[in-house]
Design a protein around this ligand. Structure first.
Ligand code: KG4
Ligand code: ZN
Length: 340
C-alpha cells in the first residue's frame, strides 16, 4: 500500500478552528490551525460566523499544510475529514471541501468522528508523547465535550460517563465571563488560580450519577456568590480574583478526579489518557500526574497542540482507517450529532 510514502491530509472544521494537517507513517509533517478570533467579542462561538470564517480559511489552511509538509496534493493517498459531531454549518464546509478534493484527486475519502479523534491523538508519534495500551480510559474535556470513554481498541469505544448539561470548558468560560474576563476565560482562570488560595471559597460539586457530570449549577452558584459579595463590596472581584479562580479551579479539578476514580473503580482500568482543550489546565495536569504515585495509575497527556481542536488528530485517525481500508462513500453526509 506504499506505506513508506503514505501521505494523508486531515481536515477539521467542527467548531471554530479551521485546521489541516499532513501525516506520514504516524508522524505529523504539518499541523495548521486558523483560530477564529471573531467570536471573542460575542463571548462564545456564533455558528453562522464560524461557517463563514471556515469558508474563507479552508483553502489557505490546506495550502499551508501541504506547503509545510513539503508535498504536492498529487502525492496524497487519502483525505480524512471531521464528519461530526459539531456545528452543522461548520462541518458542512470541511465535508464538502474534502469530498470535492478527494473526487478531484481520485483518492479515497475517510470520515472521522471528532470525539474518537481526540482520543486517538494519543497515537501520534511525537516526542514527549506516549501511546496508551488497550484497554484504557479516556477523559475528553473541552469547550464542547466532557466524557469518560472506555477504549478497548482503536475503534472500539464506549462512552461510560458524560455531562448532562454544560461541558467543563463552558463552566470555565461562563464563570470567567461572570468575573468580567474575556472569552475564552479558561486559560485566564488557570493563570489567576496559580496565585490564589484554593480553599478560601467553597463551591458545590453538582450531584449526578457516579460517572456523569453536571456543570450548569456550578456556573449559577458562581453567579449568586459573586452578586452577593459585590452587593457588599463593589471591588470584591478585583480584590479577590486569584482566590476565586483558585477555589473554582480546585472544585472543578476535584470533581473531574472524583469521576475518574469512580470510573477506575467500576472498570478496573488504571490507564488514563486525557484530551481536549481543558487538558491544558495546570490543575488537572498536576492532579493526573499525582495520581500516578497516589493511586498507581498510568497517565497520558498529549502535547498541547494535539489537545485543542486540530487536524493532526483527524489525520492519525485517517491513517489508522486507511490501513484497514475503512473508507467513506462520496454520498457521506456531515452529522452534527454523530455517535461512536
Ligand atoms: O478543545 P478546544 O480547543 O475546543 C473545543 O472543542 O471546545 O477547547 C477549548 C476550551 C475552552 O473552553 C477553553 O476555555 C478551555 O478549553 N481551556 C482551558 C485552558 N485552556 C483552554 N480551560 C481551563 N484551563 C486552561 N488552561
Ligand atoms: Zn474538540
Amino acid at each position: 500500500m506504499g506505506q513508506k510514502n503514505c501521505y494523508i491530509l486531515g481536515i477539521e472544521s467542527s467548531c471554530d478552528d479551521t485546521a489541516a494537517a499532513v501525516i506520514n507513517n504516524g508522524k505529523i509533517l504539518s499541523n495548521v490551525v486558523a483560530t477564529q478570533h471573531i467570536h471573542e467579542e460575542y463571548g462564545g462561538v456564533v455558528p453562522e460566523l464560524a461557517s463563514r470564517a471556515h469558508q474563507q480559511n479552508i483553502v489557505p489552511v490546506v495550502h499551508q499544510a501541504l506547503r509545510k509538509a513539503n508535498i504536492d496534493k498529487n502525492q496524497l493517498q487519502a483525505i480524512a475529514f471531521t464528519r461530526g459531531p459539531g456545528l452543522m454549518g461548520s462541518l458542512l464546509v470541511g465535508t464538502s471541501f474534502s469530498k470535492s478534493l478527494a473526487l478531484g484527486l481520485g483518492i479515497p475519502l475517510i470520515d472521522v468522528n471528532h470525539m474518537q479523534a481526540h482520543i486517538l491523538a494519543h497515537f501520534i508519534e511525537a516526542e514527549g508523547q506516549t501511546a496508551p495500551n488497550f484497554p484504557f480510559l479516556a477523559l475528553t474535556i473541552s469547550g464542547g465535550h466532557t466524557q469518560i470513554v472506555k477504549v478497548t481498541d482503536y475503534f472500539e469505544m464506549e462512552v461510560i460517563g458524560q455531562t448532562i448539561d454544560d461541558a467543563v470548558g463552558e463552566a470555565f468560560d461562563k464563570s470567567a465571563k461572570i468575573l468580567g474576563l474575556p472569552y475564552p476565560g479558561g486559560p485566564l482562570i488557570d493563570k489567576y488560580a496559580k496565585e490564589g488560595n484554593p480553599k478560601r471559597f467553597k463551591f458545590p460539586k453538582p450531584k449526578v450519577g457516579p460517572l456523569d457530570f453536571s456543570f450548569s449549577g456550578l456556573k449559577t452558584s458562581v453567579l449568586y456568590f459573586v452578586e452577593k459579595e459585590v452587593d457588599q463590596n463593589p471591588d470584591f472581584i478585583e480584590e479577590n480574583m486569584a482566590d476565586i479562580c483558585a477555589s473554582l479551579q480546585f472544585t472543578i479539578v476535584d470533581y473531574l478526579m472524583d469521576k475518574l476514580k469512580n470510573a477506575v473503580k467500576k472498570t478496573g482500568i488504571k490507564e488514563i489518557a486525557m484530551g481536549g482543550g481543558v487538558s491544558a489546565n495546570s490543575g488537572i495536569r498536576t492532579a493526573l500526574k499525582d495520581a500516578e504515585k497516589k493511586y498507581g495509575w498510568k497517565t497520558h497527556i498529549p502535547k498541547f497542540e494535539f489537545c485543542t481542536d486540530n487536524a493532526a488528530m483527524i489525520a492519525i485517525v485517517g491513517e489508522l482507517k486507511y490501513k484497514n481500508q475503512m473508507f467513506a462513500e462520496q454520498n457521506v453526509a456531515a452529522n452534527a450529532r454523530m455517535k461512536f
